[in-house]
Design a protein. Structure first.
Length: 202
C-alpha cells in the first residue's frame, strides 16, 4: 500500500464571511474544521493542518484530537499556496507517495468519500486524482503524487495547485451528489445550505 498523507489547509482569511470565520461554523454539532480533521483521521493516515498565527480559535477547535500535525504559517497571508508548500515539504519528509489536499469548507464530504479517493490512489499512485460531483463537475479533494512535490513547493500566490493540475493528466473520481463541490464561502452560502439540510428533497 502506498503511503498517503492528508493536508487540510486552514490558514485562509475567510474574507467573504464579513467577520465570521467559516472554519468555525457548526456542522454536526462541531466546528467544520474539527469535523474535517476527524474525517481525515478516520483514514488512519498522517494528517497535517496548516493554521494562521492570527486565528488562534482554529487551533483551539482542534484541541484533544490525537495523531494530528499542526503547522502555523508565518506566510499565511500569501494564500493557499503557502499551505500547499508546507504540506508538500511535510509529505516529502514523511516519505509519502501522495498528498491528499482536503479543503476544510466542504461539509458534505464523508469518510467513505475519502476512502474512495485513497483507494484510487493505492491503485494508481503516480496519477493525479480529482474528485467530482455526480454531474462530473471538478471539486475536492485532490491527490497529487510524490513526483510533483517539488513543483508544489515552488507554488506562489492564491491559485493553489491549479498550475500543476493544468499541466497534468487528471483522473476524475465521482463522489455522490455535490459532496465534492459544496463549499461555503459567504454567510448566504451557509444559510442556503442549512436551509437545504432542513428541507431535504423527496
Amino acid at each position: 500500500m502506498s503511503r498517503l498523507c492528508v493536508l487540510i489547509p486552514a490558514a485562509g482569511r475567510s474574507a467573504r464571511m464579513r467577520g465570521r470565520d467559516k472554519l468555525l461554523e457548526p456542522v454536526e454539532g462541531q466546528p467544520i474544521l474539527r469535523r474535517q480533521v476527524r474525517l481525515a483521521l478516520g483514514l488512519h493516515l498522517p494528517v497535517m493542518v496548516t493554521l494562521a498565527e492570527d486565528r488562534p480559535a482554529r487551533g483551539t477547535a482542534l484541541d484533544g484530537l490525537d495523531g494530528l500535525s499542526r503547522a502555523v504559517l508565518r506566510d499565511a497571508n500569501e494564500g493557499i499556496s503557502a499551505s500547499i508548500r508546507a504540506g508538500a515539504g511535510w509529505a516529502l519528509a514523511q516519505g509519502a507517495q501522495g498528498l491528499m489536499i482536503l479543503l476544510a469548507d466542504l461539509p458534505e464530504l464523508t469518510l467513505d468519500d475519502l476512502k474512495k479517493m485513497a483507494q484510487a490512489h493505492e491503485k494508481a499512485p503516480e496519477t493525479v486524482l480529482r474528485a467530482t460531483d455526480a454531474t462530473g463537475k471538478p471539486g475536492h479533494p485532490v491527490i497529487l503524487p510524490a513526483r510533483l512535490f517539488g513543483r508544489l513547493q515552488a507554488l506562489r500566490g492564491d491559485d493553489g495547485a491549479k498550475p500543476v493540475l493544468q499541466s497534468e493528466p487528471v483522473t476524475r473520481i465521482a463522489l455522490p451528489g455535490r459532496h465534492a463541490t459544496t463549499d461555503l464561502d459567504t454567510p448566504e452560502d451557509w444559510a442556503a445550505w442549512r436551509d437545504r439540510q432542513e428541507k431535504p428533497g423527496p
